[in-house]
Ligand binder design. Structure first.
Ligand SMILES: Cc1ncc(COP(=O)(O)O)c(C=O)c1O
Length: 368
């Protein structure tokens, strides 16, 4: 696949709110993650839901990622031409998904992570129709309580059923420790519990003669402790390409590792004690600050200032902790609580290159 020629926007014509990225910082983040994981004999299969962009996926693969994780078939379709090992970590269920998955499999290979007979039937039907086996991983719940079998014996029975059909060769185990969001240094007990659950699952599989080729886990909050999970082979951390207010608060990254910001303009100072910017919930999203505390973003140039509240196209900055008084027209950059949902609201990224802004497409946005 040939790389498209870059497009540029002159700096003075950048309208706000705009999503700014720093590709050099994103590359450094990718290099650090891939380096740490390879030191511990682990592979990185970043989740592309964070950036949804071919440019960023290429960058991750260049820096040593071994495959990619996707949540939607749209993401899979966009990433497929990169010809890397793709894992769909979201169960495809229903007739529309079956048809779309079949069309995908007619062209490209894909692995899936499942936790139900219904999803297994959908995948098998698509695999048969496309005449392409789908390596299948079984999802276990390690404490988040979202998807995955909470009981390892049931998971192992399901894995046995998966392995029983030639359309779905058993590839391994998937888990997501999304419930661990405490600061890195306080995660010891929780990581131990996850490791114990993974071990139980591996033993239950072994009792049925099943050896997983892949044990896929990981998240950005637990990233730097991934090596503490015995049996793990790969880590799907995705947020770590950009980071955000939450991962900064958790101590998973440093301020200089933040590679994504929403550029906004002050549009009103009429009410004393606050200013209003043109980035609200439709640019920053309205995600809670899960690390505890208020607000939806902070101002990168004045980290003591948070976006206290948002409506759709307005964000209200709380100036109570600062003597800084920006005027109407001044630009600020905002670090959202959760970068992935903010990215999903953007049409494209801008990346400053000299006097111009390079346009970086977000091709996998939306469901189409
Ligand atoms: C199944 C799955 N794997 C991996 C990830 C990536 O984790 P993080 O966003 O913490 O990097 C997510 C995030 O939501 C996920 O849902």
């Amino acid at each position: 696949m040939t790389e498209p020629q870059p497009r540029f926007v002159p700096d003075h014509l950048v309208d706000t709110p705009a999503a700014l990225i720093d590709l050099a910082v994103a590359r450094r983040n990718a290099r650090n993650v891939a380096g740490y994981l390879s030191e511990h004999g682990l592979r990185w299969r970043p989740h592309v839901k964070t950036h949804k962009s071919l440019t960023l996926a290429r960058l991750q693969l260049d820096e040593g990622a071994a495959g990619l994780t996707v949540a939607t078939l749209r993401e899979a379709e966009v990433m497929a031409p990169l010809e890397t090992d793709l894992l769909l970590a979201h169960p495809p269920v229903g007739e529309a998904r079956r048809q779309r998955l079949t069309r995908f499999l007619e062209r490209w290979p894909l692995s899936v992570a499942l936790d139900s007979v219904e999803a297994l039937d959908t995948v098998r039907a698509a695999a048969r129709a496309a005449d392409r086996p789908v390596p299948t991983l079984v999802e276990i719940d390690v404490g988040m309580g979202r998807v995955g079998f909470p009981d390892v014996e049931t998971a192992a029975d399901f894995a046995h059923r998966v392995a029983d059909g030639h359309e779905t060769p058993f590839r391994g185990v998937v888990f997501y420790p999304g419930h661990i969001r405490s600061p890195s240094r306080e995660q010891g007990d929780a990581m131990e519990a996850v490791g114990a659950r993974v071990q139980e699952a591996l033993e239950a599989l072994a009792a049925r003669g099943l050896v997983p080729q892949v044990v896929s886990g990981g998240s950005t909050p637990t990233l730097w402790r991934s090596h503490e999970i015995p049996g793990l082979t790969e880590v799907r951390a995705g947020t770590c390409i950009f980071h955000d207010r939450d991962t900064l608060a958790m101590g998973v990254c440093r301020f200089q590792d933040l590679a994504y910001r929403v550029l906004a303009t002050v549009i009103s100072t009429a009410i004393p004690g606050q200013v209003v910017v043109d980035a609200g919930s439709k640019a920053l999203a309205r995600e809670n600050f899960r690390s505890g505390g208020e607000g939806f973003a902070f101002v990168a140039e004045h980290p003591e200032v948070i976006v206290r509240s948002v409506s759709e196209e307005h964000g209200i900055l709380d100036l109570s902790a600062t003597s800084w008084r920006p005027g109407v027209g001044e630009r600020v950059s905002l670090i959202p609580n959760h970068v992935c949902v903010s990215v999903n609201l953007q049409d494209r990224y801008l990346y400053p290159e000299g006097e111009r802004m390079r346009v970086v497409e977000i091709e996998a946005r939306g469901r189409v």
